[in-house]
Design a protein around this ligand. Structure first.
Ligand SMILES: Cc1ncc(COP(=O)(O)O)c(C=O)c1O
Length: 415
């Protein structure tokens, strides 16, 4: 089936093959993700197809990962060529793609001389390295934000706020203090209370998992000021916001506020697993010395080639301009819809704030109609599609959701 063919029906009758596969899934995989919505078979551009041949417009992009959409020819070619040349070496050896990728990231981040990169395999692992850097300041208290999400390993989980994720695994590393978002006074008070022991403030410039909650310029400025004053690290977790997602290479560039440490993953590999820690300046760049951190796979040539191809396509196809244009179009049409209170976020990290806690039902109706969207909180739908999404593709979803909201009006009493 080609991308040009019309949508097939998404009715229950069409799910037979997928239903069998889902039973096999439940018998063979741990239940950590619950029961998946569909079994997906293949993707092309902004579309994916399930096991029964139904097509979906993918507005989730593997949760902000498939930056170039599915199967971009330049990305496929780069991975295939690198796989045939040299796929993995161990970090006892250096490779050209790894060096080129580090240089490229430092360049895009406008990092000063002395800045350095560490490659990992995921956002969680990048954050683990950042936690170690915080510890290397010789101090231990980390301030993190309510609603913040930084990963599920026990270190990254200690910085993740959601109690349901944390409670079964307590005790986690201590010395983490949570403060409310965008409350500068609360941040200043927490810093004052831990002035002698503050190692880092860790935050997402736009909280993704919390429901697309942007931090204000004033708050980020305050965090920068306080960390400088107390010789602590300002760590920006740009795992979700980084790599052109917000219409800038990195979200902090929208604010002109450079952190000491930035963590990346998700969109960086365009669908190939890779994470990175960017350490700004000589002090941070040399904080983790020989033997103080490591990884078998991190930054292997295959992952680095995938990331280099992703960054190259973003530049060659001027995807930052596309992100801004499609974002403005989505925002304008969504904001005019009944039932939509606000649209939060930047670029193609958008949260549709609904007038009622109906996001899960709408996401279910959407998938039945051929659109993949995600409900990170009860009253928010999140859109994190490929950066290659076109206005025409976005319009098909906009038309659907407009019709859906008209047929199922939201009132604040809805559940
Ligand atoms: C801001 C942020 N940090 C860290 C992570 C964890 O990244 P990963 O799932 O690649 O380990 C995520 C994942 O959603 C994230 O959104």
């Amino acid at each position: 089936m080609s991308a040009q063919q019309p949508l097939s029906t998404h009715g229950e009758a069409g799910l037979e093959r997928g239903a069998v596969d889902l039973q096999r899934y439940q018998h063979s995989l741990m239940g950590t993700f619950g029961v998946p919505m569909r079994v997906l078979k293949r993707g092309e551009g902004s579309y994916v197809w399930d096991a029964d041949g139904n097509r979906y417009l993918d507005l989730l992009g593997g949760i902000a990962v498939n930056a170039l959409g599915h199967g971009h020819p330049a990305w496929v070619e780069a991975i295939a060529t690198q796989a045939a040349t040299l796929s993995h070496t161990s970090n006892f050896f250096a490779t050209e793609p790894q060096i080129a990728l580090a240089e490229k990231l430092l360049d895009l981040a406008q990092a000063p001389t002395g800045s350095r990169v560490f490659f990992a395999n995921s956002g969680t692992e990048a954050n683990e390295a950042a936690i170690k850097m915080a510890r290397k300041t010789g101090k231990s208290t980390i301030i993190a934000l309510e609603g913040g999400f930084h990963g599920r390993s026990t270190g990254a989980l200690a910085l993740t706020h959601k109690e349901a994720y944390r409670a079964p695994f307590a005790p986690l590393i201590g010395d983490v203090v949570f403060v409310p978002v965008n409350d500068e006074q609360a941040l200043a008070d927490a810093v004052a209370a831990h002035a002698d022991d503050l190692s880092a403030i860790v935050l997402e410039p736009i909280q993704g998992e919390a429901g697309v909650i942007p931090l204000t310029h004033a708050y980020l400025t305050k965090a920068r000021e306080l960390t400088r004053r107390h010789d602590a690290l300002l760590v920006f977790d740009e795992v979700q916001t980084g790599v052109a997602r917000t219409g800038a290479w990195f979200a902090h560039q929208l604010h002109g506020i450079q952190p000491d440490v930035m963590t990346l993953a998700k969109g960086l590999g365009g669908g190939f697993p890779i994470g990175a820690v960017i350490a700004f300046g000589e002090r941070c760049g040399t904080m983790l010395g020989k033997g103080e951190h490591g990884t078998t796979f991190g930054g292997n040539p295959l992952a680095a080639a995938a990331a280099l191809a992703t960054l190259r396509v973003i530049e060659d196809e001027d995807l930052i301009a596309n992100v801004k244009a499609v974002s403005a179009h989505l925002r304008e049409r969504l904001e005019a819809m009944a039932g939509v209170l606000e649209v939060r976020g930047e670029g193609l990290l958008l949260g549709i704030g609904l007038a009622a806690p109906a996001s899960a039902e709408i996401a279910q109706a959407a998938v039945a109609a051929g659109f993949i969207v995600n409900p990170p909180s009860p009253d928010t739908l999140r859109l994190v599609p490929a950066l290659t999404l076109t206005t025409a593709e976005a319009d098909t979803f906009l038309t659907w959701i407009e019709g859906h909201l008209a047929a199922h009006p939201l009132t604040s009493g809805d559940q």
